[in-house]
Design a protein around this ligand. Structure first.
Ligand code: AVJ
Length: 329
């Protein structure tokens, strides 16, 4: 059964955790009922949101993707020497899998790639392309919210070394406590001897951060507002999207960028029979992006259930950091 799964070509993704209407609706109703209204950032990524995020990565201000791509190019030959018998790469939140290609090219002995994402369209497009591009690689996509429990199917017990690839500073969307819990849960994606390659934004420069999360072309603003568009469409909400403004701020006490939607006028919104009142200036907190100092990385590693193996930084050592962890035996 499990072998069959590994051999299957990605014609359609196996739906393990169905990203349902009810899930989205209950998250939205719950978030908007809090004193500080909020929405979970994972709901940004419908088809339009996934495309907008790709566009963000191309803006001049969003340095993260370029910094990490550069770093991966430098470290991947070393990684290939360090783990010569790596067989499988598993990527939670794989999106377009663009950065993954750098690893796949540098690791010719790799036989299996398992991308996991809740944005089905992007996941399947990426899987199909990789399947064409890397003929000897078995690509097995999963539609799944990686933050919910790891489905038994993903704990495949095929032999071979596995590495979880978690780039992009996606971990920054979680509080340090949640991040440790998430990293611990990744333990079940590998075997007794396994690896985890984690990409973290280590920038502390406030101006640079704010520019990255509020680009001049307004793509991040559009990305942020798209969650309201999605609520209107999928949950039959009636947000007046034009009466919300994008705001990025740096919360230095928490060492995180916060993304909000600010109501410019009073507004009452109805979603599924529930009413939500907005005062002018009131915000919906839509995302946190935690930024890690090198000290904070040590702390994160400490409670992660993994052992620090190697750390790569870019020239300045503070823009972006790639960390290789090993299972603790
Ligand atoms: C996809 C979570 C890594 O935090 O930088 C980009 C999302 N939000 N611009 C990030 C995001 C606004 C991004 N991650």
């Amino acid at each position: 059964m499990q072998h069959e799964i590994l051999k299957t070509r990605p014609s359609s993704a196996r739906q393990l955790d169905v990203v349902t209407y009810e899930n989205f609706q209950s998250d939205v109703l719950h978030g908007l009922s809090q004193p500080q209204k909020s929405l979970p950032c994972k709901w940004f990524y419908d088809e339009a949101g996934a495309i907008l995020f790709e566009e963000i990565t191309q803006t001049p201000e969003y340095y993260l993707t370029r910094a990490e791509t550069h770093l991966l190019q430098l470290l991947s030959p070393e990684l290939a020497r360090h783990i010569p018998d790596l067989e499988t790469v598993i990527e939670p939140g794989s999106g377009s899998s663009i950065k993954t290609r750098i690893l796949l090219r540098a690791l010719p002995r790799l036989s299996s790639y398992i991308p996991i994402d809740i944005s089905e369209e992007m996941l399947m497009d990426a899987a199909r392309q990789l399947n064409e591009e890397f003929r000897s690689l078995t690509v097995t996509p999963y539609v799944h919210d990686f933050a919910s429990p790891v489905p038994p199917m993903l704990r495949l017990d095929a032999r071979g070394q596995r590495m979880v690839f978690f780039p992009g500073s996606t971990i920054g969307n979680f509080s340090p406590k949640e991040a440790q819990r998430l990293l611990r849960s990744f333990d079940s994606l590998v075997h007794r001897e396994g690896w985890l390659l984690l990409g973290l934004d280590t920038t502390q420069d406030k101006r640079k951060l704010l520019a990255a999360y509020d680009d001049a072309a307004g793509i991040t603003a559009q990305f942020n507002k798209n969650i309201l568009v999605r609520i209107n469409r999928e949950l039959r909400g009636n947000f007046n999207v034009d009466q919300f403004q994008h705001r990025a701020l740096f919360n230095s006490a928490e060492s995180r960028v916060e993304i909000h939607l600010v109501a410019t006028q009073s507004q009452t919104v109805e979603i599924g029979g529930h009413l939500f009142v907005f005062e002018p200036g009131e915000t919906i907190h839509t995302e946190n992006c935690y930024k890690y100092s090198l000290d904070a990385i040590e702390q994160l590693a400490h409670g992660s259930g993994w052992q620090l193996d190697q750390v790569w930084g870019d020239e300045a050592g503070i823009w972006f950091t790639e960390i290789l962890f090993k299972t603790i035996n």
